[in-house]
Design a protein around this ligand. Structure first.
Ligand code: FMN
Ligand code: SF4
Ligand code: SF4
Length: 263
């Protein structure tokens, strides 16, 4: 990596990807490469001398539409170095290749991509403190630190899994259809009995999908892309599949996430 400064844009539904991005930034900072973490959404223009990092999870076979929109909306790279780190629970469906192509077409210079297995954050009865999940998290942290070292020493590569259908999945995930189907199978709802109307979910929803009705009750609109962010960080655990309340999976406290990602 030629750059000595890094801007890393992070989206993380329940904290898995955030933990990995934070590990990478920590290794950079320990090795005289100044790293800053930003929430993935708004882009802050910066010079080509700063490496661009993008960190986001695999979801619904590729990633969320708002992430693809963010990447498509990046300004021309002008040869700026770019790396990617992400997390998934089982299969990346070859998403790295279409992402690489997209960035190359925008004029960025890809220097490395790594997707690491983290615990699943979807379903019921998920427990981030179980021994098996703790082991997965520890192993991913080691791998993320290795990846950061490889980026710094120029030994990283843009990892690829063999998936001839990856372009198809990538295009599919960027559209509406898979999310409509996903929402039908896993309808995320707010349980009005537990909701204290704090508005927290509305503030953090990256798809602006939480509104209030005329009585001030909070509800999830159809534009929701099931990213899990609101469910993971609702202080009342009022958001769940079909409104079923339960402890949602999250691996960091919201205050830490919000303090670390510079606005
Ligand atoms: C809506 C949704 C779809 C997901 N789809 C996939 C998938 O296609 N493949 C996979 O391996 N994991 C999938 N997962 C699991 C997450 O990618 C995994 O838990 C990831 O580490 C979450 O990272 P985050 O906490 O940074 O959002 C999905 C999770 C959600 C919420
Ligand atoms: S974060 Fe939870 S408690 Fe707060 S408004 Fe949203 S659903 Fe209600
Ligand atoms: S409503 Fe919740 S799950 Fe849906 S997009 Fe917003 S934060 Fe994500």
């Amino acid at each position: 990596m030629e750059s000595k400064q890094a801007d890393i844009y992070v989206f993380s539904g329940s904290g898995n990807t955030f933990l990995l991005a934070e590990t990478v930034a920590g290794i950079f900072n320990d090795n005289n490469c100044q790293a800053a973490l930003y929430p993935l959404g708004r882009f802050f223009a910066a010079g080509p001398e700063r490496v661009l990092g993008v960190a986001f999870p695999v979801a619904c076979m590729a990633t969320y539409p708002f992430i693809i929109k963010f990447l498509r909306g990046l300004p021309p790279g002008g040869g700026r170095e770019v790396f990617h780190i992400g997390s998934m629970a089982a299969n990346s469906f070859g998403m790295q290749e279409p992402i690489r192509k997209l960035l190359v077409n925008k004029g960025y210079r890809p220097i490395g991509s790594r997707i690491l297995k983290m615990p699943s954050n979807y379903g019921k009865n998920l427990n981030p403190t179980s021994l098996s999940n703790q082991n997965i998290i520890k192993e991913a942290a080691v791998q993320a630190a290795n990846f950061a070292g490889q980026l710094l020493t120029g030994k990283s590569r843009w990892e690829q899994t063999f998936a001839p259908w990856s372009g198809f999945f990538h295009n599919l995930a960027g559209g509406e259809k898979p999310w409509r189907l996903f929402k039908k199978i896993f309808p995320l709802k707010i349980n009005q009995r537990y909701c204290i109307k704090c508005g927290f979910c509305r503030n953090i929803c990256p798809a602006a999908s939480i509104s209030t009705d005329k009585d001030g009750g909070f509800y999830i609109a159809d534009t929701c892309v099931s990213c899990q962010h609101c469910a993971a960080f609702c202080p009342q655990q009022a958001i769940g599949i079909d409104g079923e309340s339960g402890k949602a999976y999250k691996v960091v406290e919201y205050s830490h996430l919000a303090e670390t990602l510079r606005q």
